[in-house]
Design a protein around this ligand. Structure first.
Ligand SMILES: [Zn+2]
Length: 212
């Protein structure tokens, strides 16, 4: 569902560019608004959320989809935790829908899906592992790296229940915005994938904006 935001970029309390293929970890406090902006279009932002005070509580795709009764995420979606509580609510979306079924790329999946020689290519899982290794203050370990949201990524579900990675439906300047319902840790891999069309075979930067 397309809903535009009234937030103005010049009023944001923080603006961070996450370069193509790079990662981000930080906290969004309860009541703050987080926007992910697809600067050049067709990007995939592989994202995990955690309760900042107890990271054993984290984003759960199955709880989120079951409770909303739809397979895509968009404006109105409540992003639920493995304890069924709402971490964030999507309040604006100019892309239209976002995936939470396709999972993230990893050296293992690159090897299985594409070729043995792809094993050493940069992946989302490696990005997350690098972020949590660089920031031990969040207390996250390999076990916390679970199923995720792929903001902007296009994984259509067919009538027959088929699932494919397709060319993106996002475009330059499209964004998704959400309000934190509790203090959350945000962990993002700005997908570096070069073997499927999730980011148009061309990783590009995204911007994160936060408002109080
Ligand atoms: Zn990826």
């Amino acid at each position: 569902m397309i809903i535009e935001s009234n937030q103005r970029p010049e009023n944001a309390v923080s603006r961070t560019t996450v370069e193509a293929g790079d990662h981000y970890i930080g906290i969004v406090w309860a009541g703050q608004t987080l926007r992910l902006l697809d600067l050049e279009g067709n990007q995939a932002a592989d994202t995990l959320f955690f309760n900042a005070h107890d990271t054993a509580e984290r984003y759960s795709a199955m709880d989120t989809l079951r409770e909303q009764g739809e397979v895509y995420l968009s404006a109105g979606s409540k992003l639920r935790s493995n304890e069924g509580r709402v971490l964030l609510t999507i309040t604006a979306d100019t892309c239209g829908r976002h995936d939470t079924l396709g999972g993230a790329c990893a050296s293992e999946s690159n090897t299985v899906r594409y070729d043995l020689e792809k094993r050493h290519m940069h992946s989302c899982r490696d990005n997350w592992m690098q972020a949590i290794a660089d920031h031990p203050e969040y207390g996250l370990t390999k076990r916390d790296i679970t199923h995720n949201i792929n903001f902007f990524m296009n994984v259509p579900v067919t009538e027959e229940g088929g699932l494919t990675f397709e060319d993106g439906i996002s475009a330059p300047g499209k964004y998704v915005e959400m309000v934190a319902e509790m203090d959350v840790v945000v962990l993002i891999s700005n997908c570096p994938q070069l073997n499927n069309p999730c980011n148009g075979y061309d990783p590009t930067p995204i911007e994160l904006l936060i408002w109080d």
